[in-house]
Design a protein around this ligand. Structure first.
Ligand code: COA
Length: 166
């Protein structure tokens, strides 16, 4: 008989290239709801990223050092297979704008079709993080703007070494 997944264990996946305060706020809230939260860095060799998976892992672990029930890992392949392997029963996704909805709806339905026992749970992003994305932060960094309020200190340091300011 198929074992039931653990509905007290949630997975929050993303590219995190790099992690922002928008992500950490969702993770911290999920950590209050679930016994265990696994933050999963999706490694897609076909996608160009600024930071290596190892660098992203280090930045996430550093940013989440105070969250005892949160661990950080990376995965490749289908997210739902990764969740199955962990035995996690919940996929947490953050919703920022209405424009996120269509994509999230499609992804949520596809994942449900692949594995009906794993539930996708959506959390609204805080209003102050609604427009932040990793690409936006990188664009501001690349062009010498101030992005310090969007990212944890370790990310700020890493971005400053990639894009030194005059
Ligand atoms: N705060 C700030 N930014 C946020 C955010 C939040 N709460 N939530 C999402 N974002 C940003 C992300 O940083 C990302 O920005 P970017 O496009 O500038 O990099 C953007 O919104 C999209 O986020 P997300 O939808 O989580 O995409 P992602 O690229 O970060 O991660 C995976 C996507 C890895 C979760 C997804 O591709 C995946 O599951 N891959 C595995 C293959 C698979 O199973 N596919 C599905 C088949 S049904």
């Amino acid at each position: 008989m198929k074992a039931s997944p653990n509905y007290r264990h949630a997975v929050y996946a993303g590219s995190f290239d790099p992690v922002t305060y928008g992500h950490t706020a969702i993770i911290e809230r999920a950590a209050r709801l679930y016994d265990r939260v696994t933050v999963a860095i999706g490694v897609n060799p076909a996608k160009t990223s600024l930071f290596t998976p190892e660098e992203r892992l280090t930045m996430l672990r550093d940013a989440l050092a105070g969250c005892d029930n949160v661990d950080v890992e990376s995965f490749s392949g289908l997210l739902i297979n990764y969740c199955r392997g962990l035995g996690a029963g919940v996929l947490v996704r953050g919703l920022r704008l209405l424009t996120d909805f269509e994509y999230e709806f499609q992804l949520g339905l596809a994942n449900r079709d692949l594995e009906p026992d794993i539930e996708t749970v959506f959390m609204f992003t805080e209003s102050e993080h609604v427009y932040i994305s990793s690409s936006l932060v990188k664009e501001i960094a690349m062009n010498g703007g101030d992005y310090s309020r969007y990212v944890p200190p370790g990310v700020l340091k890493a971005l400053r070494s990639k894009y030194p300011q005059p």
